[in-house]
Design a protein around this ligand. Structure first.
Ligand SMILES: [Mg+2]
Length: 227
């Protein structure tokens, strides 16, 4: 059941393509570095590494999961390597900073990436001090969204009442477990086919309470900082 937004006690934000626009194309850098990591680790050409990467993603949900399950790869150097990217395509966002500062309630980041990646990106956006906590793929025991188990680990470890929480995400299917737990859900509208509710393998979006094309403008309205 969706709650009025002014009753939210906790705001849970995805990081990539949610707190900054997908048009920054940062994932292209991560994607390239994942391919490089695999090519280097297995001593294979980049094309073969790519095929392996795609198969892992398909069969295990993330490349990292496939590397860990099938090849016992240490996740720490992998995460450090693939997130060592140039954040300058992301522009600082004073408007987002103002909205987050004015928004009542705790704010946390829930990402399939790493704490270091979240720190890098939020520093670039100029919003790093606005969050009370980051729940990353390490805290999730390397089980990525949308597996429901880490959502429960997250809410339990942060003492979050899901019925008083709002979750904001660009990948619609990642909101399915949040909705099932009773959270109010906000989908940052994305045209990417892997992000859309109708192509996310979960029907057509009754797990979405708010569909928001421009998160910064929408949050500014909610927080009362719109100009
Ligand atoms: Mg995302």
């Amino acid at each position: 059941m969706a709650i009025p937004l002014d009753q939210a006690e906790v705001w849970i934000f995805d990081l990539d393509n949610t707190l900054y626009p997908a048009s920054c194309n940062l994932f292209a850098q991560v994607d390239q570095r994942i391919g490089d990591f695999i090519a280097d680790r297995f001593g294979i050409p980049f094309g073969e590494a790519r095929a392996m990467q795609k198969r892992f993603f398909r069969e295990h949900g993330t490349t990292l999961r496939g590397l860990m399950v099938e090849h016992d790869i240490d996740p720490v150097p992998f995460l450090d390597y693939v997130h060592d990217i140039d954040a300058t395509p992301v522009d600082p966002s004073p408007a987002l900073d103002r909205a987050l500062a004015a928004l009542p309630g705790r704010k946390v980041i829930y990402t399939n990436g790493s704490v270091a990646h979240a720190a890098n990106i939020t520093a670039r956006l100029g919003i790093r001090d606005r969050f009370d906590a980051v729940f990353d793929i390490v805290a999730a025991g390397y089980v990525p969204k949308p597996d429901p188990r880490p959502y429960r680990t997250m809410t339990e470890s942060f003492g979050i009442d899901p019925s008083r929480a709002v979750m904001v995400e660009d990948i619609a299917r990642n909101l399915t477990p949040a909705h099932a737990m009773g959270m109010t859900t906000v989908w940052v509208v994305s045209e990417a086919d892997w992000a859309r509710p109708d192509l996310g393998g979960v029907g057509t979006g009754d797990h979405i309470d708010h569909a928001v094309p421009d998160l910064v403008a929408w949050l500014a309205e909610v927080a009362g900082t719109a100009e």
